[in-house]
Design a protein around this ligand. Sequence first.
Ligand code: ADP
Length: 267
Amino acid sequence: MVVVKVGGSAGIDYDAVCADVAALWKEGRRLIVVHGGSGETNRVAEALGHPPRFVTSPSGYTSRFTDRQTLEIFEMVYCGKMNKGIVERLQRHGVNAVGLSGLDGRIFEGRHKDSVRAVENGKVKVLRGDHTGTVERVNTGLIELLLSGGYLPVLTPPGASYEGVAINVDGDRAAAALAAALGADALLLLSNVPGLLRDFPDERSLIREIPANEVEAYLDFAQDRMKKKVLGAAEAVAGGVRRVIFGDARAGAPVSAALAGAGTVVS
Ligand code: ADP
C-alpha cells in the first residue's frame, strides 16, 4: 500500500500525478491519494472578500486561521474543485476513483481546537473561533471497504471532531496518520520542490537521505509549511511506515519517480 499526498501549492502538475497514479493502479498497486488545496483556497478566499489569515505559533509552525467562513470556503475548494478535479482526471484514465473528505465517514477524526496561540508583532495572542485539529483516529474500515470494492480513494481535509464538527486538519499529517493506520509501505509527500532542501530555495541543496531515527533533527532546515511535512514524516516512521519520500510533483511521472527514490528519502 502506498499513500500519495499531493500538495496544493502553485506549480503542481495534477495531470502528471493522475496519469502516473492511474498507470500504477492498473499494474495492480494499491494506492490512496490525499490532496491539499491551499493555493486555490487563498485565491478563492481573496475573490470572495474573506482573505486568508495565517498565524505562526510560538514554536514556529504556520497555519491557516480557520473561522467558520474560512472553513466553508476551504470546503468549497478542497472538497469541491480540487477533489472533483482529481477524481475526474482519474476517471478519464479509466480508474474508478471515489473522492471523500475526512469528515465523510469520519475518515480523519480528532479533537477540535477552538483557540490558537499566535505570535503577532512580537507578542503571543490567543485567537478564538478556530476550526482546526489534529488527526488522532482514522476510519480504516471505510478505506478498506472502498479498496476491496476496486475503488481508489481520493481523500482531503477537513476531518471530523469527536463532536462531529468539521475541522481543518493538516493534509501532510493526515496522510501520515492514514499511512501508519493502514500499515502502508510508503508515504509520498509530493509538492512543488524537489524534496527537503538544506538551503531553501537552492534546489542544488537537496537532501537525498534521512535516517528514520533522525528526522526531527531535520526540522531546522524546513521553514514555514515545510515543517509540517517533516513532522508528518517523523510521525509516519514512528507509526511503522518504512519509507517516506518528499518528492517533486511539477512534471514527469512524479509518483513512480518518488517510488524509485527521487527526492528526499526517509527510511
Ligand atoms: P503543499 O501545499 O504542496 O503540500 P507547502 O506549500 O505546504 O506544500 O510546502 C512546500 C513549501 O515549503 C515549498 O514550496 C517551499 O516554499 C517551502 N519550504 C520551506 N523550507 C523548505 C525546505 N527546506 N525545502 C523545501 N521546501 C521548503
